[in-house]
Design a protein around this ligand. Structure first.
Ligand SMILES: Cc1ncc(COP(=O)(O)O)c(C=O)c1O
Length: 371
C-alpha cells in the first residue's frame, strides 16, 4: 500500500489523515443515507474537528451526535447548530450547561432512568423551556438503556408527559457488534438493533403514543440497521476514518482506512525488536472498541504487516520484527491503528495529506472534552 507521507523526515509522532480517502468515506455514507431516506447525524467523537463536521454538514448531515456537553460546546462555538448529546445528563452543573447550550442551538439528549428524566424535566420546566429527548434502548451492548419491548415502552409512557421535556424518539447503539466473530452474527446484531426500537415503537403505538425518530448507529451495523424500514436516523462515527477493527470485521478493505500514525524508529536494540516513538500516549491502550477478538497488537505497520506492535509504554512502541526486515533507526513507519477514535483524542491536530503531500492541519478542538 502506498505511504501517506511522501518525504523522509517528519516531526513525529503525527496523526495523518488522507483527504481523498476521508472524502470518499464521507461521500459513501452520505449516499447511503440519501438512498435509504434516513437522516444522517454522525457521531463526532471520532474526529472532534470543526472541519470534518463542516464536511459532513455539506454532505447532508442534519447535525451531529456527541457524547459529552464539552464536545457540544466546542462544536457549537464553531457554528454547529444541531447537536444530540447521546449520553445521560446527570447533575445540576451539567443541567445548567445543557440549558446554556439549548439557549444557543438546537440540542437534544437521551434518558434511561426515572431519576434522570425527572431532574431534566423539573430543571427545564423551571426555566419555562422544553428539551428534546430520546429514550435510550439497550439492543444488546449492556451499557445504558432500557430493555427493548415492554420495559422500554412502559418507561417511555411514564416520562412522555413530563413537563420540560419533549419526547422525540427512541435511540440505540449496537456497540456489541464489535465483538461479532462472524459476518452472519454482525448481520443479526444489526437487524436486532433496528428491531429493538421498532418493536418498542409498535407497543407505544398500540398505547396511542407516537415517536417520530428511530435512531440507530454503529459503523459496523449501520448499513444494515439503517436500511430497515421505519428507521429514521443513523449515527455512525468511526466511518470517517475506519481502522483495523473495521477491517477485521470485514466492514471495509484496508485501503479505505483514512487515518494513520506516522512514527519514527528510535532504536533497534535487538535484531527482532524495534522501538518507535508512538507509545500509549499516541496510539492509546484501547485495542479495539468493545471487542478485541482477532486483533493483534495495537495496529498494523503498513510496510511490515507481519510485524507486531507488542507492547506500549507511555512514549515507546515495542515492535517484534523479523531479523530480515531492513528497518533502521530513523526510518519512518505508518501505522493503521486498531481503534482510530482514541488516537484522535490524544492528538492536538490532524495532519491532512493528499497524494501531492501536506494539504492542511486541523485542530482537534474537542480533544479531551470528557465533561
Ligand atoms: C450512542 C452512540 N451512537 C453512535 C456511536 C457511533 O458508533 P461507531 O463509532 O461504531 O460508528 C457511538 C459510539 O461510541 C455511540 O456511543
Amino acid at each position: 500500500m502506498e505511504r501517506f507521507w511522501k518525504t523522509d523526515s517528519a516531526d513525529t509522532p503525527m496523526v495523518l489523515v488522507h483527504y481523498g480517502k476521508l472524502i470518499a468515506n464521507l461521500d459513501d455514507m452520505a449516499e447511503f443515507a440519501e438512498a435509504s431516506r434516513v437522516k444522517l447525524r454522525p457521531h463526532a467523537k471520532t474526529h472532534k474537528t470543526a472541519e470534518i463536521t463542516q464536511l459532513q454538514r455539506e454532505r447532508g448531515a442534519i447535525g451531529i451526535t456527541v457524547a459529552k456537553i464539552g464536545e457540544a460546546e466546542e462544536m457549537a462555538i464553531r457554528g454547529c447548530a444541531n447537536i444530540l448529546i447521546a449520553y445521560p445528563i446527570i447533575g445540576h452543573s451539567k443541567l445548567k450547561r445543557l440549558l446554556a447550550l439549548a439557549e444557543q442551538i438546537q440540542v437534544s439528549t437521551i434518558i434511561d432512568s426515572l431519576e434522570g428524566a425527572q431532574a431534566l424535566s423539573s430543571f427545564f420546566a423551571s426555566q419555562n423551556r422544553r428539551i428534546d429527548v430520546y429514550v435510550k434502548v439497550d439492543s444488546g451492548l449492556q451499557r445504558c438503556g432500557k430493555k427493548p419491548g415492554q420495559e422500554a415502552a412502559d418507561f417511555t409512557r411514564r416520562i412522555a408527559d413530563l413537563p420540560g421535556i419533549r419526547l422525540i424518539g427512541l435511540l440505540t447503539h449496537a456497540g456489541h457488534a464489535y465483538g461479532a466473530s462472524e459476518p452472519h452474527l454482525l448481520e443479526k446484531i444489526a437487524r436486532d438493533e433496528a428491531r429493538s426500537l421498532l418493536d418498542t415503537a409498535a407497543l407505544l403505538n398500540q398505547a396511542g403514543l407516537q415517536v417520530s425518530e428511530i435512531s440507530v448507529g454503529s459503523t459496523p451495523t449501520v448499513k444494515i440497521s439503517g436500511s430497515v424500514p421505519g428507521v429514521t436516523e443513523i449515527r455512525p462515527g468511526n466511518y470517517v476514518f475506519y481502522d483495523m477493527t473495521q477491517v477485521r470485521l470485514g466492514v471495509v478493505p484496508m485501503e479505505r482506512c483514512a487515518l494513520r500514525i506516522l512514527t519514527q524508529v528510535v532504536s533497534r536494540p535487538a535484531p527482532d525488536r524495534i522501538v518507535t516513538d508512538a507509545g500509549a500516549k499516541t496510539l492509546a491502550l484501547d485495542r479495539g472498541a468493545h471487542g478485541v477478538e482477532g486483533v493483534s497488537g495495537y495496529g498494523l505497520i503498513v510496510d511490515y504487516p507481519a510485524a507486531e506492535i507488542e507492547r506500549l509504554s507511555e512514549e515507546h512502541g515495542v515492535v517484534k520484527v523479523s531479523p530480515a526486515d531492513p528497518i533502521q533507526v530513523g526510518d519512518l513507519l505508518e501505522i493503521i491503528p486498531n481503534h482510530a477514535c482514541p488516537v484522535v483524542n490524544l492528538a492536538d491536530e490532524l495532519i491532512v495529506v493528499d497524494d501531492r503531500g501536506l494539504r492542511d492541519r486541523w485542530q482537534v478542538i474537542a480533544r479531551g472534552k470528557v465533561k
